[in-house]
Ligand binder design. Structure first.
Ligand SMILES: Nc1ncnc2c1ncn2[C@@H]1O[C@H](COP(=O)(O)OP(=O)(O)OP(=O)(O)O)[C@@H](O)[C@H]1O
Ligand SMILES: [Mg+2]
Length: 431
């Protein structure tokens, strides 16, 4: 009766007992125990005369190991966002091809071991969350493809039995555990990769388990916290790293570095693709011709030193500050970098406006597909880290009014709900 939320940014694991009490696995981190385990992977390799071996660490351990290492190995973030991509079967790590499924399995295997030691029993089965639509999926076929790969990754990590549930439905199981009466609830789960919605009728006291949750509609979009980060990189960071910098070419002025380089820089899961000889030679040549060569030199340094994690942290700090105050500083000081910029919340909100509009449209779709009138919704429950962005919350305030909105357990509601879901399907089975 284990629930596993393998998130784009954070993962968590929970177990529910017979009484419905949920226990979240607490993972050891630098100076505390945490329930949210960073879904990142850090790789190093050792080579002797006879064999070369790949070592990996994930979560807080991966971060510590990466920060302490010199020279540094390879750190990969937001792996879940690759799942729908047919062109990305894997990536080259220290000259060896690694399948995406194997890389994800390394994180899942670590989660399994932590769960085993925390609960003191072997773990081979779990109810696992899935987004309604995976990042980058353009059709139902893409979603099936992504889900099959995720299933395969679980099996490579030693899981023998895995059942999937939509992440926003899992969050509803968590929310339902706080209810004393029947409610019609709209759930919004805003993560790192995806924003997912479900509209459900929750009947906490129904005699039969199957009647306690009735799913009326669900939908989602592959846009969330990482997309907001991308906007911050585009507007705040890239201009310092040569985006738009010109060069003289004959009698024409052209941009020195093509824009696709900055598109990669904006996506945490694509950043490591810039560490190739071709890109490094292209930047070296651009530096010679550009009017502001120091900016392009800074971009080369960032890529060479593989500072994607540090940049991500700096962008996240700015974004989180903007959830709390009207204005924030972006500060990136690392490996000789000293980038600073100010940003107001209203600037940030104007940058993420297209993402907010896309999210709003999906919410409208869920309501239309369900055939339920907005007035009939008793409560809106918002969860996931990106639900803390005030502009995200405002979408719901405008549509449903402040009084009907509730929020909470941003980083653990999905795992808790998955554990409760696992328990209820077990009960339904034996009833
Ligand atoms: N206070 C905050 N303000 C704005 N964004 C935040 C805040 N705290 C966390 N985030 C963002 O929330 C996201 C992570 O949320 P969460 O852990 O719910 O995602 P996830 O479950 O890993 O992703 P997904 O569900 O899409 O697979 C990150 O993009 C992070 O930057
Ligand atoms: Mg999530």
């Amino acid at each position: 009766m284990l629930g596993i939320d393998f998130g784009t940014t954070n993962s968590s694991v929970a177990r529910a007992d017979e009484q419905g009490e949920v226990q979240l696995v607490q993972f050891p981190a630098a100076d505390a125990l945490v329930a949210a385990y960073r879904s990142l992977l850090y790789l190093e390799h050792t080579k002797t005369k006879t064999r070369s071996q790949l070592h990996s660490w994930s979560g807080p351990e991966g971060i510590e190991r990466y920060l302490a290492a010199e020279p540094k190995g390879r750190l990969i973030q937001s792996l879940k966002s690759y799942l729908s991509s047919r062109t990305l079967t894997g990536t080259e790590v220290f000259g060896r091809r690694q399948l995406l499924e194997d890389l994800i399995a390394r994180i899942l295997g670590d989660l399994r071991k932590h769960a085993e030691s925390y609960f003191g029993c072997p773990v081979h089965a779990a109810t696992v969350g899935r987004p309604v639509h995976f990042v980058g999926a353009e059709s139902g076929v893409d979603d099936v493809f992504a889900l099959d790969r995720l299933r395969d990754a679980f099996s490579r990590a030693g899981f023998k039995h895995v059942e999937f549930e939509f992440e926003p439905v899992a969050a509803a199981y968590h929310y339902a555990s706080t209810l004393t009466r029947e409610e019609l609830v709209l759930i919004g789960d805003f993560g790192g990769g995806t924003s997912d919605f479900s509209l459900l009728k929750l009947r906490p006291h129904a005699l039969h388990y199957e009647e306690r949750t009735e799913l009326l509609a669900t939908s989602g979009v592959g846009l969330a916290g990482d997309a907001f980060d991308a906007r911050l990189v585009r507007h705040l960071v890239s201009p310092h790293l040569g985006a738009g910098t010109l060069e003289q070419s004959g009698d024409k002025t052209l941009v020195a570095v093509p824009s696709w380089v900055y598109v990669r820089l904006e996506h945490w899961h694509h950043l490591s693709f810039l560490r190739t000889r071709a890109v490094s030679e292209m930047l070296r040549a651009a530096r010679i011709r550009a009017f502001e060569p120091e900016k392009i030199a800074a971009l080369s340094d960032l890529i060479e030193a593989d500072l994607g994690y540090q940049l991500h942290q700096a962008v996240q700090r700015t974004k989180i500050s903007l959830s709390q105050q009207d204005q924030a500083e972006f500060v990136f000081q690392d490996h000789g970098f000293n980038l600073r910029a100010s940003v107001t919340r209203s600037e940030f909100e104007s940058w993420i406006q297209p993402d907010l509009a896309a999210i709003e449209q999906v919410i409208a779709e869920v309501m239309t597909n369900s055939g339920v009138n907005d007035f009939a919704v008793d409560r809106v429950f918002l969860t996931g880290g990106s639900s803390l962005v005030p502009a995200v919350r405002r979408i719901f305030e405008r549509r449903f009014g402040q009084d009907r909105i509730t929020a909470g357990n941003e980083f653990t509601s999905v795992a808790s709900g998955l554990a409760l879901r696992a328990r209820s399907s077990h009960h339904a089975l034996i009833a």
